[in-house]
Design a protein around this ligand. Sequence first.
Ligand SMILES: NC(=O)c1ccc[n+]([C@@H]2O[C@H](COP(=O)([O-])OP(=O)(O)OC[C@H]3O[C@@H](n4cnc5c(N)ncnc54)[C@H](OP(=O)(O)O)[C@@H]3O)[C@@H](O)[C@H]2O)c1
Length: 322
Amino acid sequence: MSVANSKLAVFPASGALGSSIYTHLLDLELVIPSNLVLVARYPDKIPAKYRDAGVLVRKADYDEGESLEHAFAHVSCLHIISYPTFAHKHRTDAHKTAIDAARRSGVRHIFYSSLAFGGNCQLQSLAHVMQAHLDTEEYLASIAAKDSSFSYTVIRQGIYSESFPIYTAFFTLTSEQDEIQIPHDGSGSGVAWAKRDELGEATAQMMRLYTKSPKDFRYINKTVLLSGPKVWSYPETLSVLSNASGKQLRLRSVSVDEYVNQPSMQNFAQPYGLGDTGRIWATAFEAIKAGETAVPSTLLGELLGREPEDYEKTIAALASAK
Ligand SMILES: NC(=O)c1ccc[n+]([C@@H]2O[C@H](COP(=O)([O-])OP(=O)(O)OC[C@H]3O[C@@H](n4cnc5c(N)ncnc54)[C@H](OP(=O)(O)O)[C@@H]3O)[C@@H](O)[C@H]2O)c1
């Protein structure tokens, strides 16, 4: 099967990252529409203009294994975006189900969107949220080690600039609060924030590099870090959020107990028997303190062909959109 003549797929395609990837694939003409398969549990979420242009849309659900059996037919290169939960086992199992179904369908290369914890692509992390990603990465590597006709590329997607609320105990640009209470004192390294839509665009460009010439692709059986180009410490991040929200934000370092018991954390619930979600999420702060999110990368800019957007600009645009 020639890769040039077979299809490219994105699953799940309907979320923020998935839509950004396929929109850039199509709008930048990196793939012809009839060569693209978008897999989603609610196909109607894919805009009609793309279906009308010839994109194939298929229905599949991570939680319904059978639905994945035919979702990847005639696909040679699949981009799998992680299941949106940080329940370790449920997420890992869902990924393995999709990977196994893809292999049975004849998929030869899988891109997997992982996450930029774990420093410079290390195989361990203090953050609970990273554990299913690490297991999935290991699973892909174990398959490729046994089967030379299969390959993968793990993209550790940068921490979204837009995701600051989950690192600030759910402060939003319209919140009344002016104090951020987290189990982190603000010192030391911070986060190499990256704009979500630029991650989607750069990922689309990377997929294009693979489909153009799989044998020349630099990232066969590799894990790459797609973080932002600059690390923003907590004080710098809070200064940007202060400017955008019009409040003078202060950081108060609190215990994990105080962190999970504050009112803004009360709605932080996740399914799949996670128990005390806030306490589990607090492990992310341990990872941040250890510098796991503080590795900048030039790859994002290289793939975009321009400087990535400055964090301050992204946040200011979010504020003016309110
Ligand atoms: N890099 C970061 O900083 C960062 C930040 C936050 C989250 N993430 C993670 O990165 C991944 C992509 O994020 P995103 O921004 O694109 O999230 P998102 O906008 O919330 O999209 C989630 C996607 O998952 C799909 N989905 C949910 N349950 C599913 C199921 N059972 N079967 C199939 N599809 C299902 C959704 O489909 P429907 O349209 O059908 O709901 C949607 O397409 C997620 O795992 C997310 O948790 C990363």
